[in-house]
Design a protein around this ligand. Sequence first.
Ligand SMILES: [Fe+2]
Length: 266
Amino acid sequence: MRRAHQPYADAFAHHYIDFAAPGAEATMATRLRNVGLVTLDGLASRNAVLAFATRIMDLVPHRDSDSDGLTTIRDTHRHVHRAGFAGLGNGGLEPHTERSGTPNPPRLMLLVCRQAAVIGGECLLTDGQAVHSDLFAGEREAGVALAQPRTAFFGAGDGHATQVFTVHHDLRVSVRLRFDGLARWNPIVEPYLPKLRAAAVRHQVSLALTPGQGYLLDNERWLHARRAFTGDRLFWRALGQPLFLMPRGFTPAPASVRTPMLSEAG
Ligand SMILES: [Fe+2]
């Protein structure tokens, strides 16, 4: 599949912030508000990840998280083919946002490498602002359809009726997405799913994280995915709500500001 021209050679270096530097919290908060993505290094232990995470977010527990609130992401060899558990296998993951089937997904997601894969396993991140712009370019029908309220149902029986693009009263936009077996679609958006998937892949940037490196993203803006892998890849994940102010969603790119305000509930 065609990939977008990468706006920078090294996504990790481009988004990097030294979290130990003076004023790092304020820099991170600004970057998360404006861009939605920060990369980090020096998180060499589980305790270091936990200490960093609790500086910036109120941790939100997850079905798979441990008692300290972090989730260990590795191939458990026990979850193959179970819908919603693909992250605990070694397969590739399609672009998605975290906890899309819940009314209020965690705003922040931190993912840190403890051990890299032998082959593959790169993190693939997509700026939802770029996807949104693509789908509102040209004839715009795709973006308009994907912003129609309750055109997607994400999750199992207790999931959530929602839409890919939620347009807020101030015209900022939040994204939610999954393509796996826990996504069901209204027929009015189905024709646009190939275009959505293509845009989500075309704008991906790849991060080949090494131990101690990680990323922190705005889960209302950035999609995450990963390549399939071999080896004992092990990552730690924290999900939570920011301890600093973040207005809902992101500002659409100028070409797509004519987004009609179709959906607020989400
Ligand atoms: Fe995920």
